[in-house]
Design a binder for this molecule. Structure first.
Ligand code: GLC
Length: 451
């Protein structure tokens, strides 16, 4: 079935412009196109056993399942248009979880993995799986809190799933932090969502994402029944990933507020402290992931190394170094369009499109969503507005693409890509100084009406 075309794009200048004459998009048009996209990608139904589902595909037909972190981002945008859908998206994700607290990276729901791709999905077996057996960057509690703030029509949403959310974060601690240092580990590169990032090249080697050896990585995890502790104990290819742990800490803080349970605040403190004590490289002015049992720093400069800027507890001098020496430095992350996924200085940096390469340079919108409010918090207002304006220019020119070339602004890969609508959240809530919480969101509902 052919779908209606998206609403026509505007080319005016309601947002601050880097240079006169550059394309942009006004908030009402941005909202209209984003809502159109989310509605277009929405899928709802029931499984044969009656289990209901409702979620947003990142970009059908290519991405037609439910992905954990995509869904959280979608819900964060849905709350501005239709809080009931935002709630359904998150409830659906939680429904895909196991009784022990594990929640999958990808859930297939209505549309099982095709036979060609099935062997490469990190599932328990090649066939008959409802979901993968690995995880993705765990920001569910953070998304839950933001959606709850926008749910005055259903105030009980904030607490209805507290026990299940606690179980999820307890699973992460018990299964993914076997050395108890407060940092959780990933066992597959795509568990962070940054599948082929060059920071994993050395760690996963011939088994890295999009190489045939990835098949073996999946297969050997299957043979250990995806028992995370067993996999971490037996193999050395695992990473205490900075980006994953930043979202983990932010989510623990949200969970502490949602549940009123202090131990989640203490756990967030611990993770944040561990990031600064173990991952911060004072000389380089960057945060590095730690690989394997000996926790070797992976000194490859990607946007993950900047992510701790989003932590309100980050010492100010570290935050300023990240902004001034990295984000605003034209040799590193300051590009004409958005914040690139890899520093220009890295030999692996590739700005353009490649069939099997997506996190080796292109600009993604979730990067700006995480870092722009943090720049505002530190007072870099003009600079953060300039970066935001460059993202708006990308959407004005090419629509919501999966990612973009940071050097020439070309729109790349999937079209009508769900989480690129996160720009709505950045534009509608310019007062926000962090992903959420008291130091950030003003906690208002229905911000579209206010725009
Ligand atoms: C790609 C991205 C991953 C995302 C998925 C669905 O694999 O690398 O982060 O979750 O697509 O959009």
């Amino acid at each position: 079935m052919r779908r209606a075309a998206p609403p026509a794009r505007a080319r005016s200048s309601a947002v601050p412009q880097p240079d006169a004459g550059r394309a942009s998009i006004e908030a009402p048009d941005l909202n209209e196109q984003a809502e159109w996209l989310l509605r277009r990608n929405w899928r709802a139904g029931r499984l044969a056993d009656g289990t209901p589902y409702g979620f947003t595909c990142p970009s059908p037909p290519r991405y037609r399942h439910q992905w954990y972190w995509d869904s959280c981002f979608h819900a964060i945008v849905w709350r501005h248009f239709d809080p009931a859908r935002a709630r359904e998206e998150l409830r659906t994700l939680l429904r895909a979880g196991r009784l022990d607290g594990f929640i999958p990276h990808t859930v297939f729901w209505h549309d099982r993995a095709g036979w060609r791709r099935a062997p490469f999905y990190a599932t328990q077996s090649v066939r008959h799986n409802l979901a993968t057996a690995h995880m993705q960057t765990p920001l569910l509690a953070l998304a839950w809190e933001l959606v709850a703030e926008s749910s005055p029509d259903e105030p009980s949403f904030a607490t209805e799933a507290v026990d299940q959310l606690c179980l999820h974060y307890d699973w992460l601690e018990s299964e993914r932090d076997p050395d108890g240092d407060g940092l959780i580990s990933i066992i597959h590169p795509d568990e962070s969502g940054l599948d082929d990032s060059p920071k994993y090249d050395e760690v996963f080697g011939w088994m890295r994402h999009y190489l045939p050896g990835y098949f073996w990585l999946v297969e050997r995890s299957r043979r250990l029944g995806y028992d995370s502790r067993a996999i971490i104990g037996r193999y050395d290819e695992h990473v205490e990933d900075v980006l994953v742990n930043v979202f983990y800490a932010l989510a623990l803080r949200s969970l502490a507020r949602l549940s009123g349970r202090d131990r989640y605040r203490e756990r967030a403190d611990r993770t944040e402290q561990a990031l600064v004590e173990r991952c911060w490289d004072e000389r380089a002015g960057m945060f590095w992931d730690l690989a394997g049992r000996y926790e070797r720093p992976i000194s490859v400069s990607t946007w993950s190394s900047l992510a701790p800027l989003a932590l309100p507890s980050l010492p100010e001098e570290i935050g300023r170094r990240i902004v001034e020496e990295q984000i605003l430095d034209g040799r590193r992350f300051a590009t004409p369009f958005g914040i690139p996924s890899v520093s220009l200085e890295e030999p692996s940096f590739r700005a353009g499109w490649h069939l099997f390469r997506c996190w080796r340079g292109p600009t993604w919108v979730n990067t700006g969503w995480l870092l722009i409010p943090a720049m505002r918090r530190l007072g870099y207002t003009r600079e953060s507005e300039r970066i935001l304006a460059s993202y708006l220019e990308l959407v004005a020119r090419h629509g919501f693409r999966e990612y973009y070339n940071p050097l020439n602004g070309e729109g790349l890969a999937a079209r009508h890509f769900g989480w690129s609508t996160l720009l709505v959240d950045l534009v509608l809530d310019r007062s926000r100084l962090g992903p959420c919480g008291p130091s950030g969101s003003s906690g208002t509902s229905n911000r579209v009406a206010a725009s």
